[in-house]
Design a protein around this ligand. Structure first.
Ligand code: ZN
Length: 418
């Protein structure tokens, strides 16, 4: 095997990412605060638009704030299906400087390389910095808009946790729900959708691989569960005469690993991320517990088995503690499997570049998942140090970033010159 030789300019990518990280940087905790559809997010988008233009692309913002840079090598290729490279530009509160932004800046670097090396490409290429991926309003707004996964009803009713309406946030940024619907792209105009993203987990590091070739994204279901017992005096009510809702939550939490052992797979994850007790007073037995359960797996059937087992176990626990139990399924997103052809191409390129890689699924959702059923889609991961993400300590080594970018670039050229 030949030794790895890089074609990308990693110094330029590093400089771009540092520049971009200044938008929303908080010196106190060193985190980035660039939530979707906020003034600082829009400033960052204007900056990215300028970088796209400086690299010779025609750039614009669509109806939800996706920044789109389009490179058409020759006018007669205008209508040929394009390759899209996209990831997001918004961050979680106190986020890191690689999440999402890496994929956008890597795409920009590809265009610069094509231009300065006079590389022939036979398709248009579009680099997109998507809008509001981190779920401030409960979805992945930008990618949903591009893939036609939006309804006017949702656009008009979605709210963020602070109670601000999506439609108002859109309007404050100069958009509207109606325009948001117009951001949809016709899949017939897209040859392939590529995304480069940090792993945000520990698997690549554990396996000592710089890059991952992702073949699918876990499905995810979200429940809101209520256990209802009886609030009572914490001093006078004997332990054996209580209907303590928290005890139900505690018992259920202990059962999760057994449920996974019996019904799940190596990719199953079950998480209780939020618990609210009522009345929530130190000297009162909690009469109600409201909590979330998020389940994930790579197989829809396994997700069903696991969710049925959760129901059964909750029923038994409710009986044991004399509680009533109800649950609301807030969402159910089936797993997405990427098209074998394109994943194989990425894998072949990793081998040709002499990169140490592994094929793997993604446990987290990404923009590309909305395209997986529409067009050939691929996702490349770069190793995250310590698996840390959504935190100021998020980091990837530049030589790993470089390898991921090279893999993206080679795959793009394959798609443009097939
Ligand atoms: Zn991300």
């Amino acid at each position: 095997m030949n030794a790895y030789q890089s074609r990308v300019n990693i110094d330029r990518i590093e400089k771009d990412l540092y520049e971009l990280s200044k938008f929303g940087f908080n010196p106190d905790d060193k985190g980035i605060y660039r939530q979707g559809l906020t003034p600082i997010d829009m400033e960052a988008r204007q900056w990215v638009k300028q970088q796209f233009e400086a690299a010779g692309m025609e750039a614009s913002l669509d109806g939800v704030g996706n920044v789109c840079g389009r490179y058409v090598p020759k006018p007669e290729l205008e209508d040929v299906p394009a390759v899209l490279i996209a990831s997001h530009l918004d961050s979680v509160p106190a986020g890191g400087m690689f999440d999402g932004t890496l994929g956008v800046m890597a795409g920009l670097e590809c265009i610069r390389l094509i231009q300065e090396n006079n590389i022939t490409v036979n398709r248009p290429i579009e680099i997109i910095g998507t809008s509001e991926e981190e779920g401030r309003f409960g979805g992945m707004l930008g990618a949903q808009a591009l893939s036609g996964n939006l309804t006017l009803e949702w656009l008009n009713t979605a709210k963020d946790p602070a109670g601000e309406y999506l439609k108002d946030a859109l309007e404050q940024c100069g958009f509207s729900p109606q325009e948001a619907l117009h951001a949809r792209r016709d899949p017939a105009d897209i040859r392939a959708f590529l995304e480069l993203h940090i792993e945000q987990g520990p698997v690549l590091e554990m396996n000592n691989k710089p890059v991952g070739v992702v073949d699918g994204i876990s499905g995810v279901f979200k429940w809101l569960i209520k256990l209802v017992g009886k609030p009572d005096h914490a001093g006078t009510a004997p332990m054996n005469m209580r209907s303590d809702a928290f005890m139900g939550v505690a018992d259920f939490a202990h059962e999760l690993s057994r449920i996974i052992d019996e019904e799940g797979s190596e990719y199953t994850r079950l998480t209780i991320g939020r618990v609210e007790l009522k009345p929530g007073f130190a000297h009162t037995i909690p009469g109600e517990a409201h909590f979330t359960l998020v389940g994930r797996d790579m197989d829809n059937e396994v997700m069903h088995q696991v969710s049925m087992s959760c129901q059964k176990v909750l029923g038994a626990i409710a009986r044991k503690h004399n509680l009533k139990f109800e649950y609301d399924q807030l969402s159910w997103i089936p797993p997405r499997h990427f098209s074998d052809d394109l994943v194989d191409t990425v894998e072949k390129n990793a081998q040709e570049l002499a990169l140490d890689y592994m094929r793997m699924p993604s446990g987290a959702g990404h923009d590309c998942q909305f395209f997986a059923d529409l067009v050939p889609t691929a996702l490349i991961f770069v190793k995250s140090v310590g698996g840390i993400s959504h935190a100021p300590d998020e980091w990837s080594h530049w030589d790993d970033v470089q390898k991921g970018c090279d893999l993206l670039y080679k795959t793009l050229l394959d798609l443009c010159n097939e």
